[in-house]
Design a protein around this ligand. Structure first.
Ligand code: ZN
Length: 168
C-alpha cells in the first residue's frame, strides 16, 4: 500500500519536473482510481498560462471531469479516487478537492505556509465536509526533500532567496 503511494507520488513528480522545465512552480499531481489506474494528470501552469488558479491539483481535477461528473443526470458521481500531489494543497486546491468529492489526498511535502488541508480539517468550519476527506502527509522523507529542493531551487532561479524549503 505504501509502495503504491510512493509510486503514484513519483508520477506526480514527473508532472512537477515538466512544470519546472516549462518555467513555473515545480508542482505536479495525479488522480488515481481504486484499481490503481491513473485517470488524470496535472501540473502547475501559473506562469505558463498566466493563470493564478492553475495549480497542479486544480489542473488534474479539471481533466478528471468525465470521471467526477455525470452530465446526463446532472450529478456528481460517487468516486473512490485518490489525488497525489507533490506539495500539500493550498486553500484554493483544498476547497477544489472538497467540491470535487475526492476522498483521499496524499502529498509528498508539507507546506507550512500555504498548506491548508490539515489546518482546515482541524478548524471550526465545514467540519462535516472535511470529515469525508482522508489525507496522508509526507509518507517519504526522500520525496518530501525532493520537493523541497525543487521549490528552493525554483525560488533561487527567480531571485527569491529564503529558507522556507530547506530539507527536513
Ligand atoms: Zn493550490
Amino acid at each position: 500500500m505504501i509502495k503504491d503511494h510512493l509510486k503514484f507520488l513519483e508520477l506526480a513528480f514527473e508532472e512537477a519536473t515538466l512544470a519546472e522545465s516549462e518555467g513555473t512552480y515545480p508542482i505536479g499531481a495525479v488522480i488515481v482510481d481504486n484499481e490503481g489506474k491513473v485517470v488524470s494528470r496535472g501540473r502547475n501552469r501559473v506562469f505558463t498560462q498566466e493563470d493564478c488558479t492553475a495549480h497542479a491539483e486544480v489542473d488534474a481535477i479539471r481533466k478528471a471531469g468525465h470521471i467526477l461528473l455525470d452530465t446526463t443526470n446532472k450529478r456528481f458521481k460517487k468516486n473512490d479516487l485518490t489525488l497525489y500531489t507533490t506539495c500539500e494543497p493550498c486553500p484554493m486546491c483544498t476547497c477544489t478537492i472538497l467540491l470535487s468529492g475526492i476522498k483521499q489526498v496524499v502529498w509528498a511535502a508539507d507546506d507550512d505556509e500555504y498548506g491548508a488541508i490539515r489546518r482546515m480539517k482541524e478548524g471550526p468550519h465545514f467540519i462535516n465536509q472535511f470529515n469525508t476527506i482522508n489525507y496522508i502527509a509526507s509518507p517519504s522523507l526522500d520525496l518530501e526533500n525532493k520537493q523541497r529542493k525543487m521549490l528552493k531551487e525554483w525560488n533561487i532561479r527567480r531571485g527569491i532567496v529564503n529558507t522556507e524549503w530547506e530539507a527536513k
